[in-house]
Design a protein around this ligand. Structure first.
Ligand code: XBP
Ligand code: MG
Length: 252
């Protein structure tokens, strides 16, 4: 089995987008619309159980706001709020306000140089991905990714495997040729559902998630001089993830 491609989740994996990116963008959209909806850091952690911004808003109303009387055009309202939220998020990302996680830029550059193919499989809106890459990874870096599979391109979001299956199909690759990168339980359910070996890097929102089925669970990708920690799975004797590490993990 040869490793041919790497498939990356975005939110929580390439960058810590949720707490200080998506969350304030939702709150800003709610405030703009004169709604008294406000998602604090703790509540947002619970709401992350549902992926997709529109789906998350509907879940919030159903689960936490029994007092709210849905208007007849509720779906349209949610769609409008989501557009406003995307504008706020994109503006923040365009200011470079959402940095990449440790080791991400280095590993992507090394993988490219080693001839590995790169793709993205995410639940978030495509525009959020391209703006984030352009401003936090660097100008032109969206072209590093052969496929950017995102958002509503598949009807069922993670934990459904659909977005990964879509990316694999577009690339003409079998899951055994690839490694996936995820940060959450919904994410790994999706990647494992598509048959992909998966490397997990956790973040504050996902530390206590169930990552059974992961090839390895790490604190982060690490950098030379800034070692990562193995949280679960094999210790391959490296303090940061590079292409040699990925090939060894893929073989294991
Ligand atoms: C990402 C998500 C998304 C974002 C918001 O999950 O759950 O819903 O929070 O994005 P994953 P949109 O990292 O597993 O892909 O508002 O654009 O939907
Ligand atoms: Mg994620």
């Amino acid at each position: 089995m040869t490793l041919h491609a790497l498939l990356f989740d975005v939110d929580g994996t390439l960058a810590d987008t949720e707490r200080d990116g998506h969350r304030p963008a939702f709150n800003q959209a709610f405030a703009d619309a004169g709604l008294d909806w406000n998602w604090d850091v703790a509540l947002y952690g619970k709401l992350l159980a549902v992926t997709g911004g529109k789906e998350r808003m509907k879940h919030y109303i159903d689960r936490y706001r029994p007092d709210y009387r849905k208007p007849d055009n509720f779906d349209e309202l949610v769609a409008e709020l989501h557009k406003a939220k995307t504008r706020h998020y994109s503006a923040l990302a365009a200011r470079g306000g959402i940095p990449m996680r440790a080791g991400v830029k280095r590993l992507l550059a090394e993988a490219r140089a080693a001839g590995l193919r790169l793709a993205i499989a995410t639940t978030t809106t495509p525009e959020n991905v391209t703006v984030l890459l352009e401003h936090s990874l660097g100008p032109g870096t969206q072209d590093w990714f052969e496929v950017i599979a995102a958002g509503d391109v598949v009807p069922a979001k993670k934990p459904a495997a659909d977005i990964y299956l879509y990316a694999l199909e577009k690339m003409g690759l079998a899951p055994a040729d690839c490694l996936a990168f995820e940060d959450s339980e919904n994410g790994i359910r999706a990647s494992r559902g598509a048959g992909l070996k998966t490397l997990v890097t956790v973040n504050d929102y996902t530390l206590d998630h169930d990552f059974s089925g992961a090839a390895v669970v790490l604190s982060d990708l690490g950098e030379p001089g800034a070692p990562n920690r193995v949280i679960a799975g094999p210790d391959l004797g490296q303090s940061f993830v590079d292409v040699a590490y990925l090939r060894a993990l893929h073989e294991s």
